[in-house]
Design a binder for this molecule. Structure first.
Ligand code: ADP
Length: 161
């Protein structure tokens, strides 16, 4: 069974993530969307919400699982029996950063390869950071969000306060 892990913060999930996930899906038997509880990164949205939104989008896809993990991505991937990591690239800036992480992960875990997918041009300006900025300032982020969860994400901040 060909298993891949797509690790990320998904804070929140955007159309940029969805593009990468949808294109990675046919490549693997099992794709695990893994939300890392990053010790250095404070998230805007709680972990449960970030997981719920991914589950809402991929409820009908049997080969997608949504999980969370703490610690190293390589350890989590080994526990899942995954031989691949999936990451998305928007720019050369993403590439430089991702290349270092991919090389590091491979040096720590023999046989773990990172598969990079280059985003469609229309998504190259979308990031969770920008979406968070829009939401915090009460702007309309729906053009960057999946239709199944856009309303929930737009309302989530009000409920949190
Ligand atoms: P992280 O905090 O690990 O970078 P993110 O949720 O921000 O987590 O991103 C997870 C992955 O999704 C990364 O590989 C990132 O490059 C990719 N990604 C995010 N937005 C886009 C986009 N618009 N197009 C392509 N890939 C994207």
């Amino acid at each position: 069974m060909r298993t891949a892990v797509f690790p990320g913060s998904f804070d929140p999930v955007t159309l940029g993530h969805v593009d990468i996930i949808n294109r990675a899906l046919p490549m693997f038997d099992r794709l695990i969307l893994a939300i890392g509880e990053n010790s250095a990164k404070k998230s805007l949205f709680p972990l449960e919400k970030r997981m719920e939104w991914l589950q809402d989008i991929y409820r009908s896809e049997d080969n997608v699982e949504v999980k969370s993990y703490a610690g190293l991505t390589i350890d989590f991937s080994r526990q899942c029996g995954a031989s691949f990591l999936v990451r998305g690239l928007r720019s050369t800036l993403d590439f430089e950063y991702e290349k270092t992480i991919a090389q590091l992960n491979r040096s720590l875990e023999d046989g773990l390869d990172t598969i990079f997918l280059v985003c469609e041009p229309e998504y190259s300006h979308i990031s969770s950071t920008i979406v968070r900025e829009i939401l915090i300032n009460r702007g309309d982020a729906t053009p960057f969000l999946h239709g199944k969860v856009a309303a929930k994400i737009m309302e989530a901040l009000d409920r949190q306060q």
